[in-house]
Structures are given as C-alpha cells and as structure tokens.
Write a protein that binds this ligand. Sequence first.
Ligand SMILES: Nc1nc2c(ncn2[C@@H]2O[C@H](COP(=O)(O)OP(=O)(O)OP(=O)(O)O)[C@@H](O)[C@H]2O)c(=O)[nH]1
Ligand SMILES: [Mg+2]
Length: 173
Amino acid sequence: MCLILGPTGVGKTLLVKRLQELSSRDGKGHLGDPPPTRPTVGTNLTDIVVQRKITIRELGGCMGPIWSSYYGNCHSLLFMMDASNPTQLSASCVQLLGLLSAEQLAEASVLILFNKIDLPCYMTIEEMQSLIRLPDIIACAKQNITTAEISALRGTGLSEVLRWLQDTHRTHS
Ligand SMILES: Nc1nc2c(ncn2[C@@H]2O[C@H](COP(=O)(O)OP(=O)(O)OP(=O)(O)O)[C@@H](O)[C@H]2O)c(=O)[nH]1
Ligand SMILES: [Mg+2]
C-alpha cells in the first residue's frame, strides 16, 4: 500500500489519475487534457500496475485529523506540497514532520513531491529545501527520503515518480 498525503488542493487526485494513465501506457505517449478533480472528502483507492500492482490510497487534505488511522500497512508515502503556494509552506512542513515522527510510518519509504512547477511563480526545489530546512529534516528522519519536482498538470517528472514506486514496491504491493 502507498499512501498519498498533503494539504487540500495540492494536486494529489490529479497526480494519481495521471500515474494511472501513464502506467496503463507503459509511460509512453502524450498525456491528454487534465481530468477535472473535486476535493476528496474521504479516501480514494486506485490500483496502478508498474510490473506489480500497487494500491495507492489518497486521503483528502480535509481528512488531516484522521490520517493516522490509515498508517498501518503503508509501505511507501508520497507527501505532496504546492511549490506555487508560499503561504501554505509552513503548514505543510508541520504536517510532514508529524508524518515522519509517526511510529507506524517509521519503516516507510518517503517521496516528497513539489508539485505545480508549471506555474510562473513556483519556488524551486532549492528554495523550498532551504525554506523548510529539508536537509536537517532528512538527516533527523528514520525514513529513506527522496524529493522530486513535478507538474501533475503537464506531466513533468511523472515518469520518475513511477520509477520510484516501481523500485520501492519491488517486493511489496
Ligand atoms: N497548475 C497546476 N495545477 C494543478 C497541478 N496539479 C493539480 N492542479 C490543480 O489543483 C487543483 C486541486 O487538485 P486536486 O488533485 O483535486 O487536489 P488534492 O490534493 O487531491 O486536494 P484534496 O482532495 O482536497 O486534498 C485542481 O484544479 C487541479 O487541476 C499542477 O501540477 N499544476
Ligand atoms: Mg483529492
């Protein structure tokens, strides 16, 4: 099981739809127009197949208070932040620190996604890293943490996300 978490509106649902679209075409070809999304009230389960079947569970940002009921059985965690939204950065960082210190997620592999890099005023990965002191966070965390800049809208960086999922889930679905 892979969990995808992050504040509301960062693009989790769109990413999962894009990953499903890409994996069903072996990562080849152009993505179509972005499908519409609505805020996720509750949880969405999506299966994608990259060599083996991986189940991705999205929890809506508004479900934050009960995210922890879903930590069990989580092999990997995608944590998404909106690189175009500086006002949300500190709240996202607090959420991330909470996740990294959760006992049940201590063994999970973590991929931090900086989404929406297609927008003109996005913060670069270097800016985001220094604003939230990510090197310190990574050094103190028990988990194996990777970062990526993506655009779920345009498809930028999504093949790297699929590759990470494939590598991370080599032995677990
Ligand atoms: N410009 C831009 N917009 C994006 C991108 N990814 C998502 N969006 C838009 O952001 C809005 C919210 O996307 P969702 O995928 O519904 O966000 P979510 O994280 O699932 O939100 P909750 O379910 O409420 O937690 C939608 O209008 C998306 O089209 C991106 O990479 N670039
Ligand atoms: Mg959603």
